[in-house]
Design a protein. Structure first.
Length: 258
């Protein structure tokens, strides 16, 4: 099966090389890299052009203004020709060269519609500051504060065809809303891979501190309402404790200013 890896970026010259190098290192042969750039002005486009030649015809890319990260992700989905779609954005890179191989094997073994695994958040010194260790989905898991780590979430393209892409109106919780819609509402089948897959740099709009957690929790509530799914009264507290408990320094994590 062919895997499409979608990377969205904007003025990402400082980090995109790590992302593209980690895709190039993948041992799984039947894959394509799709890069959607938001009309960068910092040399990002020139870097993409340079790397496109190294992919030997396995990269497609465009650079044009967009309406934000999820609009760019939707563009990437429309460009994808793979059976499976995943996202590795410009702040992320793969744990090692065998990640896509493991993903393909999991799809073949489980016959699932989607798979997901483990994620490490790292700081500027590439030190692990938080680990998102997944678990198997059970009915009602989202109401208990659970969700897959989106950078490890790989899904059959047919699911996007049937159930749609990202809803930018949800804000930074649009990836959560998409997985909620696919898994909890439309009951696609999933399989958890107990494997470290991705390093993700901290400091993004959805990862930094108590303020961001509270904002995203409100947006998650919108996602439940949009999909006519029950939103439990304890959801915010459950989610807050789960996130803080996954860090090496919970107090510092919660009271970051960014």
């Amino acid at each position: 099966m062919k895997i499409s890896v979608i990377t969205v970026c904007y003025n990402s010259i400082a980090t995109l090389q790590d992302t593209l190098e980690s895709i190039l290192r993948q041992t799984y042969p039947d894959m394509e890299s799709i890069v959607v750039d938001g009309a960068s002005k910092d040399g990002t486009v020139e870097l993409i052009e340079k790397y496109s030649h190294q992919f030997s015809g396995r990269m497609k890319w465009l650079s044009e203004p967009d309406k934000g990260i999820y609009d760019a992700m939707n563009k990437g989905i429309s460009m994808a020709t793979g059976d499976i779609i995943g996202f590795l954005n410009a702040d992320d890179y793969y744990q090692d060269g065998g990640v896509l191989e493991t993903i393909a094997e999991a799809f073949a073994r489980h016959g699932a519609d989607a798979v997901h695994g483990n994620l490490h958040y790292i700081n500027g010194a590439r030190e692990i500051v938080r680990t998102w260790r997944g678990t198997e989905y059970r009915p009602g898991s989202f109401q208990r504060g659970w969700s897959p780590a989106h950078p490890t979430f790989y899904c059959k393209k047919d699911c996007f065809t049937r159930y749609g892409g990202f809803d930018p109106a949800i804000g930074s919780a649009a990836d959560f809303e998409l997985m909620l819609r696919f898994i909890e509402k439309n009951h696609i089948s999933t399989a958890y891979i107990d494997r470290d897959m991705v390093f993700m740099r901290t400091g993004g709009s959805s990862t930094a501190g108590l303020r961001a957690i509270l904002r995203n929790t409100r947006q998650n509530k919108q996602a439940f309402r949009k999909n006519n799914l029950p939103y439990p009264w304890h959801y915010g507290v459950t989610r807050l404790l789960a996130k803080a408990g996954s860090t090496r320094n919970p107090i510092h994590y919660l009271f970051k200013t960014r």
